[in-house]
Each structure stands twice: as structure tokens, then as C-alpha cells.
Design a protein around this ligand. Structure first.
Ligand SMILES: Cc1ncc(C[n+]2csc(CCOP(=O)(O)OP(=O)(O)O)c2C)c(N)n1
Ligand SMILES: [Mg+2]
Length: 423
């Protein structure tokens, strides 16, 4: 039994993985019945990743899922009916029938950012969420996922560099499922381990067996703790296999049969079931009880979706532009002194280590008094140095456009003072 998890938590991990799998099986059947409006992108064989990583987050944390992360949405509190209605584009869906796949989120309660793209653009977005959380004092961690194919896009590299430079509390889960549509990893990246990409950005990385939910969860939990402690982003590469085609329309004839057979033997659900049995964490009656509960939940939610109406035509023009429905107001969770000078002030001069000179070269303008240890000779094949973390600081005070700022500021400072500053 994993030291960090209780028996109930082990059972809960199984519940979400099995719910994820059974739900997607039904989506596959509904697709063949022509009841799905968008696409169905199976995460068969990858359930341990979505569930194990999202399970490491706290309710205050934020995530943005990819197409194969329905399991993460379930862990964050979305219900199967949200997934059914969304894929069937019913009026009762989270987007009121305006989208046919997984482009939905919940910024207020579940802290889920709606996916805008599966190919890297969520990385800079979630870096921004992580930075905003730090600025507002929420002490949150942001998590998102990327595929092996998506890790070759410009957005991936730009986003990861931004996260690294800002030491943003971002956990990026790189799902290496061996294929980007029909392209195997080796034909698009000359690396065996995609985690190596982290070295180029001076951030820490891990490699984990994506078909072992406990390893995935433990690894994600550590990464989340590191991020929360202010040590910057973490890249986790999970090794797994996409066990179906890119989407329902793709029979994946380009995948060698032996490869499917190899990974089928490592099925994450079968492995975890065996683990639960061998560690006496459940018995057959318990498994039957959970499976029956899942089937009845899915029966009810599928029926709800099938009985739901399609959206009425006039809803197409509703909710396109904000007509006062959103009050965009920052939620400050930190003492005001922290975001006001002098605490919020930073020196307007940056110290550049060794003035950026070649390794081993004496800094040209080093002050004579500074007795530095002799520099080490350059090691041509040395690992890239992990850059020193800049101290966490608040770069700006509260903005003058922020109402809370304005009100409290005007209370404390007579008007003529602020007028003087504006000049
Ligand atoms: C610009 C662009 N090209 C193509 C697509 C279609 N598309 C979405 S995901 C994907 C493959 C991504 O592969 P990978 O990143 O390995 O993720 P996986 O599907 O294996 O989970 C493709 C081709 C797209 N959404 N946008
Ligand atoms: Mg892939």
C-alpha cells in the first residue's frame, strides 16, 4: 500500500479511472450511433495519467485539460452528464450546445480553464494563471498536459521558457503516448526521453511510468509540492501508449500489432486492480459494488443527455459577447502592505552574474576587493546549469484600475497627493 494514500483514496483512484474508461466506452458507442456531434478522442490506456495527476491537486489549484484528459475533469468535479451533453451538443451542456467536444471549463468553482488548443497554447495561458495566482497571493499551482507531438510546437517552447524564467508554479505533464496522429515519436523528435527538453530551460523534470497510477500520483504530488514551495515549474514525462486511433474515425492501422499487444499487458486499470487485490485493499464484493455504482451513474447521466433537447437556434447569438454578465475583479488574498511600496519595490538594476562572460573568464570589471574562488575550467559536456532562482517578488503594486485599490487608497491619501503623482 502506498504510504501516502489511505485505503479510501486508493479506492477513489480506482473509481475515477474506471468511471473514465466506462464513460469513454459509451461515448464510442454513441459515436457509432451517430449521436455525437464533435469528435471522440479516446484516452484508453491513459486513464492513470489524467486521474493520478489531477488527484494531486487541491481544490484551490487550477488545471486546463487536453482532449485525452476527461479523467482529470471528473476528478475536478465535473459529472459524466457534462461530458455526455457536451459531446452530444445538447442545450443542457456546459456550453449550452455550442461545442461538441471538451472546450468547456469553470473559472469560478472548479478552477478549470477551457482548452483553447491541444497543441501547446495552454502552456503560456496556464503560466499566466500560475503567475496571477502568485501575484494575488492564492498560493496555487497550475497544471496542464501536452502530447509528444504538441511538445514540438513553438507554443510549447515559448510557454515553457516563460514559465521557467518566471519560476511559475506550473506542472506540465507531457503525455508521451508514442504517437502524434500517425507519426511515431522517433520520426518527429531525435530524443528518447522528452523530459530532456526541460534541461534547455533550466527546470526540473521527471520520467514516470504512465500506466502505474500510484507512481504517477506520487510524482505529481511531489511536483505540486515543489511548485507550491516556489521552486519553479516541473516537467513530468509520462510514458504510455495511445491504445486507439487519434479519434474514432481513425482505425490506427499504422500501429504495429505487437506494439498494441505489448502495452495491453500493461493496462493501467488491470494493473491497479491487481495491486488493490494483492494489498488487500478491497475484495471482489467491493469491486462489484463500485462497478455497479458507476454503471447506474452512467445510465442516469446518459439518459439525461439523450433526453435533453438540442439548443434552439436563437441561442447561437447569446453569450457571444459579455453584456455585463461578468464582473472582472481581482480576488486579493494577500496583505496590502505586501503589494505596496516599500515591500513591492524592486531595484531598477539587474545584477548579471560574471557579466555574462565565457565560463572561466575573469569578469572584466570585477571590483578589486572581491576575492572570488578560482573559476573552474570549462567542461565541454557539462550539464546545463540550472539558473539561480530570482527571489520571488511582487513586481507591481495593486493597479490603479482596481476598485479595491482605488477605494482604500483614496481613504488613506488625500486627493491632492494622488493628483500630484499623476502629473
Ligand atoms: C494546427 C493544428 N494541426 C493539427 C491539429 C489536429 N490535431 C490535434 S491533436 C493532434 C495530434 C497531437 O499529437 P500529440 O501531441 O502526440 O497528442 P495525442 O493526440 O497523442 O494525445 C493533431 C494532429 C490541430 N488541432 N491543430
Ligand atoms: Mg501523442
Amino acid at each position: 500500500m502506498s504510504n501516502e494514500l489511505t485505503r479510501e483514496q486508493h479506492i477513489e483512484l480506482y473509481y475515477y479511472m474506471q468511471l473514465n474508461r466506462r464513460l469513454e466506452e459509451r461515448l464510442g458507442r454513441l459515436f457509432r450511433q451517430n449521436k455525437i456531434v464533435g469528435g471522440v478522442y479516446s484516452s484508453l490506456g491513459q486513464e492513470a495519467i489524467s486521474v493520478g495527476t489531477a488527484y494531486a491537486l487541491e481544490p484551490r489549484d487550477w488545471l486546463a485539460p487536453m482532449i485525452r484528459n476527461i479523467g482529470a475533469l471528473l476528478v475536478k468535479g465535473f459529472r459524466p452528464r457534462d461530458i455526455f451533453t457536451q459531446h452530444m451538443a445538447r442545450a443542457t451542456s456546459p456550453t449550452h450546445g455550442k461545442d461538441g467536444t471538451s472546450h468547456f471549463g469553470d473559472l469560478k468553482v472548479r478552477h478549470v480553464v477551457s482548452p483553447i488548443s491541444m497543441l501547446g497554447d495552454l502552456i503560456p495561458v496556464m503560466t499566466g494563471v500560475a503567475m496571477a495566482g502568485r501575484y494575488l497571493g492564492h498560493n496555487i499551482v497550475a497544471m496542464t498536459w501536452i502530447g509528444d507531438g504538441g511538445s514540438s510546437t513553438g507554443a510549447f517552447h515559448e510557454g515553457l521558457n516563460l514559465a521557467a524564467t518566471q519560476r511559475a508554479p506550473l506542472v506540465l505533464v507531457l503525455e508521451n503516448n508514442q504517437w502524434a496522429y500517425s507519426t511515431p515519436v522517433a520520426r518527429q523528435v531525435p530524443l528518447r526521453d522528452l523530459a530532456d527538453r526541460a534541461r534547455a530551460y533550466g527546470i526540473s523534470s521527471r520520467i514516470v511510468d504512465g500506466n502505474d497510477v500510484l507512481s504517477v500520483h506520487q510524482c505529481a504530488k511531489q511536483a505540486v509540492a515543489e511548485c507550491r514551495a516556489g521552486r519553479g515549474p516541473v516537467l513530468i514525462e509520462v510514458k504510455t501508449m495511445r491504445m486507439q486511433g487519434h479519434a474514432q474515425h481513425d482505425p490506427a492501422g499504422y500501429v504495429p500489432k505487437e506494439m498494441f499487444a505489448f502495452w495491453k499487458e500493461r493496462d493501467p486499470l488491470v494493473r491497479f486492480e491487481t495491486y488493490l487485490t494483492e494489498h488487500h485493499l478491497w475484495d471482489p464484493a467491493k469491486k462489484e459494488e463500485i462497478d455497479a455504482r458507476i454503471e447506474s451513474e452512467l445510465d442516469a447521466d446518459q439518459k439525461f443527455a439523450e433526453d435533453s433537447p438540442m439548443p434552439s437556434p436563437e441561442t447561437a447569438e447569446q453569450g457571444v459577447y459579455c453584456e455585463g454578465c461578468h464582473a472582472v475583479e481581482a480576488e486579493w488574498h494577500r496583505p496590502k502592505q505586501e503589494v505596496m511600496p516599500p515591500a513591492a519595490s524592486a531595484e531598477a538594476v539587474w545584477k548579471v552574474k560574471d557579466f555574462g562572460a565565457l565560463r572561466g573568464e575573469k569578469p572584466p570589471a570585477a571590483p578589486p576587493a572581491a576575492k572570488e574562488p578560482a573559476p573552474k575550467p570549462a567542461a565541454p559536456q557539462a550539464k546545463p546549469e540550472i539558473s539561480e532562482a530570482p527571489p520571488l517578488r511582487v513586481p507591481f503594486g495593486r493597479g490603479p484600475k482596481d476598485r479595491a485599490f482605488r477605494e482604500s487608497h483614496e481613504e488613506k491619501h488625500p486627493r491632492h497627493k494622488s493628483k500630484k503623482r499623476r502629473r
